[in-house]
Write a new protein. Structure first.
Lengths: 112, 114
């Protein structure tokens, strides 16, 4: 079975500081990994995804994530936080098929 | 723009009064999902349709039903809403691409039960 663990349910950073949101997964087969962002009272929007190929994946809004098989991780980063980045972030894993497994989410606060 | 649309965005219903939430899509995706998301929690899959085939999650209460009359529309029916059913309900769609079903989400319907 697959699962996702997001360390830190709440993360606060100063505006302009590095954003690091952690995601570790468990999968017995090669996974496909996703990061979604959710703004208040909105649906989930895809930030980026890893399927195959390059392990460093770039997404929208300046975010990127690196798939590290040896560490079973897919951490999300952004070099410089912006106020508009304040939102809930979800990591998800699938191994093909249409079953997604979501993490419990990380709420990002950006301090002016 | 192709998208997933949910109506209404906010729904208030009374305890025990049936309510229907709707989802439509212009993406022509063959898979549609309904998720329940409670405050500060991950989305929880209730069920999904693969084409016309209905797939219920084992722990989805019988109080929740769904209909998919055609490719574009899917409905979530809550037969007798309880206070614990107050949540955000998310519709998503996907289609297979290279073995992966990337999900596209609608904006959600926030359900309040009074």
């Amino acid at each position: 079975a697959q699962s996702v663990t997001q360390l830190g349910s709440h993360v606060s950073v100063s505006e302009g500081a590095l954003v690091l949101l952690r995601c570790n997964y468990s999968s017995s087969v090669p996974p496909y990994l996703f990061w979604y962002v959710q703004y208040p009272n909105q649906g989930l929007q895809l930030l980026l995804k890893y399927t195959t190929g390059a392990t460093l994946v770039k997404g929208i809004n300046g975010f990127e994530a690196e798939f590290k098989k040896s560490e079973t991780s897919f951490h999300l980063t952004k070099p410089s936080a912006h106020m508009s980045d304040a939102a809930e972030y979800f990591c998800a894993v699938t191994v093909g098929g249409n079953q997604f497994y979501f993490g419990t989410g990380t709420s990002l606060t950006v301090i002016p | 723009d192709a998208m997933v649309i949910q109506n209404p965005r906010y729904q208030v219903t009374q305890f025990g009064k049936p309510v229907t939430l709707s989802c439509s899509q212009t993406l022509n995706h063959n898979v549609m999902y309904w998720y329940q998301q409670k405050s500060s929690q991950a989305p929880k899959l209730l069920f999904h349709y693969y084409d016309k085939d209905f797939n219920n999650e084992a722990d989805t209460p019988d109080n929740f039903q769904s209909r998919r009359p055609n490719t574009s529309f899917c409905f979530l029916d809550i037969r007798s809403p309880g206070l614990g059913d107050a949540a955000m309900y998310l519709c998503a769609t996907s289609r297979e691409s290279l073995g992966i079903y990337e999900q596209y989400f609608g904006p959600g319907t926030r359900l309040t039960v009074t």
